[in-house]
Design a protein around this ligand. Structure first.
Ligand code: SF4
Length: 295
């Protein structure tokens, strides 16, 4: 529970606030950028929500926060939407893509996604285990598989797998983070779970990083790539590369010729792409990465 005594002074005056236990994961402002924003070393409330829809959005940011650093009055908390997460982001012929909210401290607040589809629902990375979310996923058809993009974002995979009796996929090189995973991806060759979902190994951020490609157009990128609103670019981070930077750059290049229309990362912003825009965007990313490598 957030504590009023720890309220950050930079918060806008009003009912909602961020306290000093914030770990600066970005979950709140990625979900609700109208009311939350980064300060440089934490987040704060920039505008107080007004009216029911805005308050509901801010209450879901509060629910998603992995460390309960967001506070509101008890009266407002009673209005938290019961069926907020998973929240539908968009529908695509390959599946309905939802953001799961309920971020976990174990994965530093990483985003996780639920794809609802006729072939069986898939969870991409693990949210914090929560009974409300489990009941909502059950109502949407349960889970057939969990894809763990890399070792950092496995969070409560064991509880989700036990709840739904589903298979977990992880790359062998990161498998010690989820040793109970039933299915391992090995080497660099892509693996098709079915005609609509492929896993592509992208070593670099970690040795076992991989991305998931849905319907050849929706890329769940883990921590391999994300969208930077400040740079207006797809970025790969050398600072947050835990394993091998040249390998990560080579893994970015492997994705150059895809026809991506949505980038959905674990950390950083989600972003849509117009047809044909992905390749030139990745060319810019590669030019920047190679500049870093040369520098
Ligand atoms: S979601 Fe919570 S921990 Fe993450 S930036 Fe917002 S207030 Fe901080």
């Amino acid at each position: 529970m957030a504590r009023p005594a720890l309220r950050l002074p930079s918060n806008a005056p009003g009912a909602f606030y961020v306290d000093s236990t914030c770990i600066d994961c970005g979950t709140c402002w990625q979900w609700d950028p109208h009311h939350f924003a980064p300060t440089g070393d934490s987040s704060h409330v920039v505008h107080q929500p007004e009216g029911e829809p805005e308050i509901a959005q801010a209450l879901l940011a509060l629910q998603a926060c992995p460390v309960a650093a967001i506070g509101a009055t008890p009266e407002l908390l009673r209005h938290t939407p019961a069926e907020g997460f998973p929240a539908l982001l968009f529908s695509h012929p390959a599946g309905a893509v939802h953001y799961c909210g309920w971020a976990s401290r174990k994965s530093f607040g990483a985003s996780s996604y639920l794809v609802v589809r006729p072939q069986g629902n898939v969870l991409i990375d693990s949210p914090r285990f929560n009974g409300h979310l489990a009941r909502r996923i059950e109502a949407l058809g349960g889970l057939a598989a969990i894809v763990l993009t890399h070792r950092d974002d496995v969070a409560d995979h064991d509880r989700w797998a036990a709840e739904f009796g589903c298979e977990r996929w992880i790359h062998q090189a990161d498998a010690d983070a989820a040793p109970e995973a039933e299915r391992l991806v090995e080497g660099h060759a892509p693996v098709a779970l079915d005609t609509q979902l492929r896993l592509i190994p992208t070593p670099g951020h970690t040795a076992g990083s991989m991305v998931a490609l849905l319907g050849e157009q929706i890329l769940f990128s883990g921590d391999h790539l994300w969208w930077s609103p400040a740079q207006q670019a797809v970025v790969a981070s050398r600072t947050y590369c835990w394993w091998d930077w040249p390998s990560q750059v080579a893994s970015v290049e492997r994705l150059r010729d895809l026809d991506v229309r949505w980038l959905l990362p674990g950390h950083g912003d989600r972003h849509p792409f117009e047809p044909g825009a992905w390749g030139p965007a990745i060319d810019c990313t590669l030019a920047y990465c190679r500049g870093l490598a040369a520098g």
